[in-house]
Design a binder for this molecule. Structure first.
Ligand code: ASP
Length: 343
Protein backbone atom coordinates (compact mmCIF):
# COMPACT_ATOMS: atom_id res chain seq x y z
CA UNK A 1 0.00 0.00 0.00
CA UNK A 2 1.21 3.50 -0.77
CA UNK A 3 2.33 5.86 1.96
CA UNK A 4 -0.39 7.15 4.30
CA UNK A 5 -1.86 10.41 2.93
CA UNK A 6 -1.04 13.52 4.93
CA UNK A 7 -3.82 16.11 5.02
CA UNK A 8 -3.81 19.52 6.62
CA UNK A 9 -7.16 20.96 7.74
CA UNK A 10 -7.30 24.73 8.23
CA UNK A 11 -10.31 25.92 10.17
CA UNK A 12 -11.15 29.57 9.61
CA UNK A 13 -14.66 29.59 11.09
CA UNK A 14 -18.22 29.52 9.82
CA UNK A 15 -21.25 27.48 10.77
CA UNK A 16 -19.57 24.11 10.28
CA UNK A 17 -17.38 24.36 13.36
CA UNK A 18 -20.07 24.13 16.00
CA UNK A 19 -20.72 21.12 18.20
CA UNK A 20 -23.07 20.51 21.08
CA UNK A 21 -21.51 20.63 24.52
CA UNK A 22 -22.09 17.18 26.03
CA UNK A 23 -23.14 18.65 29.37
CA UNK A 24 -25.03 21.84 28.64
CA UNK A 25 -26.23 20.95 25.12
CA UNK A 26 -25.23 24.45 23.92
CA UNK A 27 -23.48 24.94 20.58
CA UNK A 28 -19.80 25.77 20.98
CA UNK A 29 -16.78 25.98 18.67
CA UNK A 30 -15.42 22.61 17.62
CA UNK A 31 -12.12 21.64 19.26
CA UNK A 32 -9.88 20.78 16.32
CA UNK A 33 -7.14 19.42 18.56
CA UNK A 34 -9.44 16.45 19.12
CA UNK A 35 -10.68 16.09 15.58
CA UNK A 36 -10.89 12.31 15.51
CA UNK A 37 -12.67 12.23 18.85
CA UNK A 38 -15.38 14.48 17.41
CA UNK A 39 -15.69 12.60 14.09
CA UNK A 40 -14.44 9.08 14.77
CA UNK A 41 -15.39 8.00 11.20
CA UNK A 42 -12.35 9.76 9.75
CA UNK A 43 -10.00 7.28 11.45
CA UNK A 44 -11.23 4.67 9.01
CA UNK A 45 -9.61 6.53 6.11
CA UNK A 46 -6.18 5.77 7.51
CA UNK A 47 -4.97 9.28 6.65
CA UNK A 48 -2.75 11.33 8.85
CA UNK A 49 -4.69 14.54 9.54
CA UNK A 50 -3.29 17.62 11.22
CA UNK A 51 -5.25 20.78 11.84
CA UNK A 52 -4.67 24.46 12.32
CA UNK A 53 -7.44 26.52 13.84
CA UNK A 54 -7.66 30.28 13.43
CA UNK A 55 -7.84 32.17 16.70
CA UNK A 56 -10.23 33.90 16.73
CA UNK A 57 -12.32 32.01 14.21
CA UNK A 58 -14.35 34.27 11.94
CA UNK A 59 -17.76 34.42 10.37
CA UNK A 60 -16.88 34.60 6.69
CA UNK A 61 -18.72 37.92 6.34
CA UNK A 62 -15.61 39.33 8.00
CA UNK A 63 -13.34 37.77 5.38
CA UNK A 64 -10.55 40.05 4.19
CA UNK A 65 -7.62 39.89 1.74
CA UNK A 66 -5.26 39.76 4.74
CA UNK A 67 -6.80 36.41 5.68
CA UNK A 68 -6.29 35.15 2.11
CA UNK A 69 -2.61 36.07 2.45
CA UNK A 70 -2.46 34.18 5.73
CA UNK A 71 -4.03 31.10 4.15
CA UNK A 72 -1.67 31.25 1.16
CA UNK A 73 1.33 31.52 3.50
CA UNK A 74 0.21 28.51 5.57
CA UNK A 75 -0.18 26.46 2.38
CA UNK A 76 3.25 27.57 1.14
CA UNK A 77 4.90 26.71 4.44
CA UNK A 78 3.27 23.29 4.64
CA UNK A 79 3.22 22.51 0.91
CA UNK A 80 5.90 19.83 0.88
CA UNK A 81 4.72 18.17 4.06
CA UNK A 82 1.10 17.50 3.00
CA UNK A 83 -0.63 15.81 0.08
CA UNK A 84 -3.71 18.01 0.24
CA UNK A 85 -5.41 20.83 2.13
CA UNK A 86 -8.98 21.21 3.39
CA UNK A 87 -10.10 24.68 4.40
CA UNK A 88 -13.19 24.91 6.59
CA UNK A 89 -14.83 28.24 5.88
CA UNK A 90 -18.21 29.96 6.20
CA UNK A 91 -20.22 29.60 3.05
CA UNK A 92 -21.15 33.30 2.69
CA UNK A 93 -17.86 34.42 1.13
CA UNK A 94 -16.39 31.03 0.31
CA UNK A 95 -16.57 31.70 -3.44
CA UNK A 96 -14.49 34.88 -2.99
CA UNK A 97 -11.83 33.06 -0.94
CA UNK A 98 -11.69 30.16 -3.40
CA UNK A 99 -11.35 32.60 -6.31
CA UNK A 100 -8.66 34.65 -4.57
CA UNK A 101 -6.63 31.58 -3.62
CA UNK A 102 -6.85 30.22 -7.15
CA UNK A 103 -4.96 33.30 -8.36
CA UNK A 104 -2.57 33.49 -5.40
CA UNK A 105 -1.43 29.85 -5.57
CA UNK A 106 0.59 29.53 -8.76
CA UNK A 107 1.55 26.17 -10.31
CA UNK A 108 -0.57 24.26 -7.83
CA UNK A 109 -0.18 20.49 -8.04
CA UNK A 110 -2.08 19.56 -4.87
CA UNK A 111 -5.76 19.84 -3.91
CA UNK A 112 -7.00 22.80 -1.88
CA UNK A 113 -10.62 22.01 -1.01
CA UNK A 114 -12.84 24.58 0.68
CA UNK A 115 -15.92 23.34 2.45
CA UNK A 116 -18.35 24.31 5.18
CA UNK A 117 -21.98 23.64 5.95
CA UNK A 118 -25.42 25.12 6.36
CA UNK A 119 -25.96 23.38 9.72
CA UNK A 120 -23.29 23.05 12.45
CA UNK A 121 -21.36 19.79 12.52
CA UNK A 122 -22.71 19.10 16.00
CA UNK A 123 -26.36 19.02 14.90
CA UNK A 124 -28.04 15.73 14.06
CA UNK A 125 -29.18 16.79 10.57
CA UNK A 126 -25.89 18.48 9.75
CA UNK A 127 -24.62 18.57 6.18
CA UNK A 128 -21.18 19.32 7.64
CA UNK A 129 -20.04 15.74 8.24
CA UNK A 130 -20.53 14.58 4.67
CA UNK A 131 -19.03 17.79 3.29
CA UNK A 132 -16.00 17.47 5.53
CA UNK A 133 -15.43 13.72 5.15
CA UNK A 134 -15.73 13.72 1.36
CA UNK A 135 -13.48 16.80 1.14
CA UNK A 136 -10.81 14.87 3.06
CA UNK A 137 -11.16 11.95 0.68
CA UNK A 138 -10.85 14.21 -2.37
CA UNK A 139 -7.86 16.04 -0.86
CA UNK A 140 -6.09 12.69 -0.47
CA UNK A 141 -7.07 11.16 -3.84
CA UNK A 142 -4.17 10.29 -6.16
CA UNK A 143 -3.58 8.73 -9.54
CA UNK A 144 -1.50 5.60 -9.94
CA UNK A 145 1.54 7.75 -10.75
CA UNK A 146 1.25 9.47 -7.36
CA UNK A 147 -0.02 12.83 -8.65
CA UNK A 148 -3.13 14.39 -7.09
CA UNK A 149 -6.44 13.74 -8.80
CA UNK A 150 -7.67 17.29 -8.29
CA UNK A 151 -4.72 19.69 -8.25
CA UNK A 152 -6.73 22.88 -7.98
CA UNK A 153 -8.64 25.17 -5.61
CA UNK A 154 -12.16 23.76 -5.30
CA UNK A 155 -15.34 24.05 -3.31
CA UNK A 156 -16.98 20.82 -2.17
CA UNK A 157 -20.57 21.15 -1.03
CA UNK A 158 -23.56 18.78 -0.99
CA UNK A 159 -22.15 15.95 -3.10
CA UNK A 160 -20.57 18.20 -5.74
CA UNK A 161 -17.03 19.36 -6.33
CA UNK A 162 -16.70 22.67 -8.16
CA UNK A 163 -13.82 24.70 -9.58
CA UNK A 164 -13.61 27.37 -6.85
CA UNK A 165 -13.30 30.38 -9.14
CA UNK A 166 -16.42 29.35 -11.09
CA UNK A 167 -18.79 29.24 -8.12
CA UNK A 168 -21.24 31.56 -6.43
CA UNK A 169 -23.37 31.03 -3.36
CA UNK A 170 -26.91 30.97 -4.65
CA UNK A 171 -28.99 29.68 -1.73
CA UNK A 172 -28.93 30.74 1.91
CA UNK A 173 -31.03 27.80 3.15
CA UNK A 174 -30.66 24.76 0.95
CA UNK A 175 -27.88 22.29 1.58
CA UNK A 176 -27.03 22.70 -2.09
CA UNK A 177 -25.77 26.23 -1.56
CA UNK A 178 -23.38 26.65 -4.50
CA UNK A 179 -23.61 26.62 -8.26
CA UNK A 180 -21.11 26.71 -11.08
CA UNK A 181 -23.28 27.60 -14.03
CA UNK A 182 -20.61 28.26 -16.62
CA UNK A 183 -18.30 25.35 -15.89
CA UNK A 184 -19.01 21.64 -15.35
CA UNK A 185 -18.90 20.04 -11.93
CA UNK A 186 -15.48 18.46 -11.29
CA UNK A 187 -16.82 15.48 -9.36
CA UNK A 188 -20.05 14.07 -7.95
CA UNK A 189 -20.15 12.00 -4.81
CA UNK A 190 -22.63 9.15 -4.74
CA UNK A 191 -21.85 5.58 -3.85
CA UNK A 192 -18.52 6.38 -5.52
CA UNK A 193 -16.87 9.71 -6.21
CA UNK A 194 -17.11 10.15 -9.98
CA UNK A 195 -14.47 12.54 -11.27
CA UNK A 196 -14.94 14.51 -14.46
CA UNK A 197 -11.31 14.24 -15.56
CA UNK A 198 -11.83 16.25 -18.74
CA UNK A 199 -12.77 19.29 -16.66
CA UNK A 200 -10.05 19.05 -14.00
CA UNK A 201 -6.71 20.87 -14.28
CA UNK A 202 -3.65 18.76 -14.94
CA UNK A 203 -0.94 18.91 -12.22
CA UNK A 204 1.58 21.71 -12.79
CA UNK A 205 5.22 20.78 -13.12
CA UNK A 206 6.71 24.23 -12.58
CA UNK A 207 7.68 25.25 -9.08
CA UNK A 208 4.81 26.14 -6.76
CA UNK A 209 4.82 29.72 -5.50
CA UNK A 210 2.42 32.14 -3.89
CA UNK A 211 1.63 35.71 -4.88
CA UNK A 212 0.52 37.69 -1.90
CA UNK A 213 0.29 41.26 -3.17
CA UNK A 214 -3.40 42.10 -3.37
CA UNK A 215 -4.63 45.59 -4.14
CA UNK A 216 -8.15 46.21 -2.82
CA UNK A 217 -8.73 49.43 -4.79
CA UNK A 218 -11.59 47.88 -6.69
CA UNK A 219 -15.27 48.91 -6.81
CA UNK A 220 -18.44 47.34 -8.19
CA UNK A 221 -20.99 49.33 -10.17
CA UNK A 222 -24.25 47.43 -10.59
CA UNK A 223 -26.45 48.86 -13.33
CA UNK A 224 -30.22 49.12 -12.95
CA UNK A 225 -32.87 50.91 -14.99
CA UNK A 226 -33.01 54.50 -13.73
CA UNK A 227 -29.44 54.65 -12.42
CA UNK A 228 -28.45 58.32 -12.28
CA UNK A 229 -25.38 60.09 -13.56
CA UNK A 230 -24.50 61.02 -9.96
CA UNK A 231 -24.32 57.38 -8.90
CA UNK A 232 -22.28 56.31 -11.93
CA UNK A 233 -19.95 59.27 -11.57
CA UNK A 234 -19.54 58.76 -7.81
CA UNK A 235 -18.41 55.15 -8.20
CA UNK A 236 -16.09 55.80 -11.15
CA UNK A 237 -14.45 58.71 -9.34
CA UNK A 238 -13.94 57.18 -5.89
CA UNK A 239 -10.56 58.41 -4.73
CA UNK A 240 -7.87 55.82 -5.29
CA UNK A 241 -10.07 53.38 -7.19
CA UNK A 242 -8.10 51.65 -9.94
CA UNK A 243 -10.68 49.28 -11.39
CA UNK A 244 -14.45 49.07 -11.49
CA UNK A 245 -16.32 45.84 -12.12
CA UNK A 246 -19.40 46.97 -14.03
CA UNK A 247 -22.26 44.49 -13.62
CA UNK A 248 -24.18 44.88 -16.88
CA UNK A 249 -27.30 43.34 -18.38
CA UNK A 250 -27.49 40.14 -20.44
CA UNK A 251 -24.55 39.69 -22.76
CA UNK A 252 -22.77 42.80 -21.45
CA UNK A 253 -25.28 45.51 -22.36
CA UNK A 254 -25.64 48.98 -20.84
CA UNK A 255 -27.54 52.21 -21.50
CA UNK A 256 -26.53 54.10 -24.63
CA UNK A 257 -27.13 57.59 -23.15
CA UNK A 258 -24.37 60.05 -24.02
CA UNK A 259 -23.82 61.00 -20.38
CA UNK A 260 -23.25 57.36 -19.41
CA UNK A 261 -20.61 56.75 -22.08
CA UNK A 262 -18.99 60.13 -21.33
CA UNK A 263 -18.59 59.22 -17.64
CA UNK A 264 -17.07 55.85 -18.52
CA UNK A 265 -14.76 57.27 -21.15
CA UNK A 266 -13.49 59.99 -18.82
CA UNK A 267 -12.72 57.41 -16.12
CA UNK A 268 -10.96 55.08 -18.59
CA UNK A 269 -8.89 58.02 -19.91
CA UNK A 270 -7.87 58.75 -16.30
CA UNK A 271 -6.55 55.17 -16.07
CA UNK A 272 -9.45 53.39 -14.36
CA UNK A 273 -10.05 49.87 -15.73
CA UNK A 274 -13.72 49.15 -16.38
CA UNK A 275 -14.41 45.39 -16.42
CA UNK A 276 -17.69 44.27 -17.99
CA UNK A 277 -19.29 41.37 -16.09
CA UNK A 278 -22.85 40.26 -16.70
CA UNK A 279 -25.47 40.25 -13.96
CA UNK A 280 -26.69 36.92 -15.40
CA UNK A 281 -25.38 33.86 -13.59
CA UNK A 282 -25.04 31.92 -16.84
CA UNK A 283 -23.68 32.90 -20.23
CA UNK A 284 -21.06 35.34 -21.35
CA UNK A 285 -20.42 39.00 -22.12
CA UNK A 286 -20.29 39.47 -25.90
CA UNK A 287 -19.47 43.09 -26.52
CA UNK A 288 -20.58 44.24 -29.94
CA UNK A 289 -23.42 41.74 -30.22
CA UNK A 290 -26.04 44.42 -29.51
CA UNK A 291 -25.91 48.11 -30.24
CA UNK A 292 -26.05 48.64 -26.45
CA UNK A 293 -22.52 47.32 -26.01
CA UNK A 294 -20.86 48.66 -29.16
CA UNK A 295 -20.14 51.99 -27.45
CA UNK A 296 -18.55 50.23 -24.45
CA UNK A 297 -16.19 48.36 -26.73
CA UNK A 298 -15.18 51.57 -28.54
CA UNK A 299 -14.19 53.41 -25.37
CA UNK A 300 -12.08 50.55 -24.00
CA UNK A 301 -14.29 48.70 -21.53
CA UNK A 302 -12.73 45.24 -20.99
CA UNK A 303 -14.85 42.10 -21.50
CA UNK A 304 -15.12 39.73 -18.54
CA UNK A 305 -16.63 36.98 -20.73
CA UNK A 306 -18.34 34.47 -18.41
CA UNK A 307 -16.45 35.37 -15.22
CA UNK A 308 -18.28 35.40 -11.87
CA UNK A 309 -18.39 38.60 -9.85
CA UNK A 310 -16.34 36.85 -7.15
CA UNK A 311 -13.59 35.89 -9.58
CA UNK A 312 -13.67 39.32 -11.27
CA UNK A 313 -13.12 41.23 -8.02
CA UNK A 314 -10.34 38.96 -6.79
CA UNK A 315 -8.63 38.69 -10.19
CA UNK A 316 -8.44 42.49 -10.30
CA UNK A 317 -7.04 42.64 -6.75
CA UNK A 318 -4.41 40.10 -7.76
CA UNK A 319 -3.45 41.76 -11.06
CA UNK A 320 -3.38 45.28 -9.59
CA UNK A 321 -1.35 43.99 -6.65
CA UNK A 322 1.30 42.66 -9.00
CA UNK A 323 1.89 46.13 -10.39
CA UNK A 324 1.72 45.02 -14.00
CA UNK A 325 1.53 47.77 -16.62
CA UNK A 326 -2.07 48.58 -17.53
CA UNK A 327 -1.94 46.97 -21.01
CA UNK A 328 -0.78 43.71 -19.44
CA UNK A 329 -3.57 43.82 -16.87
CA UNK A 330 -6.11 44.41 -19.64
CA UNK A 331 -4.67 41.46 -21.58
CA UNK A 332 -4.72 39.13 -18.54
CA UNK A 333 -8.29 40.12 -17.74
CA UNK A 334 -9.28 38.68 -21.11
CA UNK A 335 -7.12 35.58 -20.64
CA UNK A 336 -7.97 32.48 -18.61
CA UNK A 337 -5.25 32.38 -15.94
CA UNK A 338 -6.68 29.62 -13.73
CA UNK A 339 -9.64 28.35 -15.74
CA UNK A 340 -11.86 31.19 -14.49
CA UNK A 341 -13.19 32.21 -17.91
CA UNK A 342 -14.07 30.59 -21.20
CA UNK A 343 -12.70 32.75 -24.00
N1 ASP B 1 -22.41 33.32 8.16
C1 ASP B 1 -21.75 32.06 8.03
C2 ASP B 1 -20.39 32.31 7.40
O1 ASP B 1 -20.29 32.50 6.22
C3 ASP B 1 -22.55 31.12 7.21
C4 ASP B 1 -21.89 29.79 7.00
O2 ASP B 1 -21.00 29.40 7.72
O3 ASP B 1 -22.26 29.09 6.07
O4 ASP B 1 -19.41 32.33 8.11
Amino acid sequence: MSKQAQILVIYTGGTIGMVQDSESGALKAFDFKHLTAQIPEIKKFGFHIDSISFDPIIDSSNMHPEVWVRLAKIIEEKYEQYDGFVILHGSDTMAFTASALSFMLENLSKPVILTGSQLPIGMIRTDGKENFITSLEIAAAKRDDGTSLVPEVCIYFEYQLYRGNRTHKFNAEHFEAFRSVNYPVLARAGVEIKYNFEAIHKPMHQEFRILTQLDPHVAVLTLFPGITREVVSAVLNIEGVKAVVMATYGSGNAPTHDWFLEELEAAIKKGVIVYNVTQCKGGSVKMGKYETSVGLQKIGVVSGYDITLEAAVTKLMYLLGNDYPQDRIRKYLKTSLRGEITV
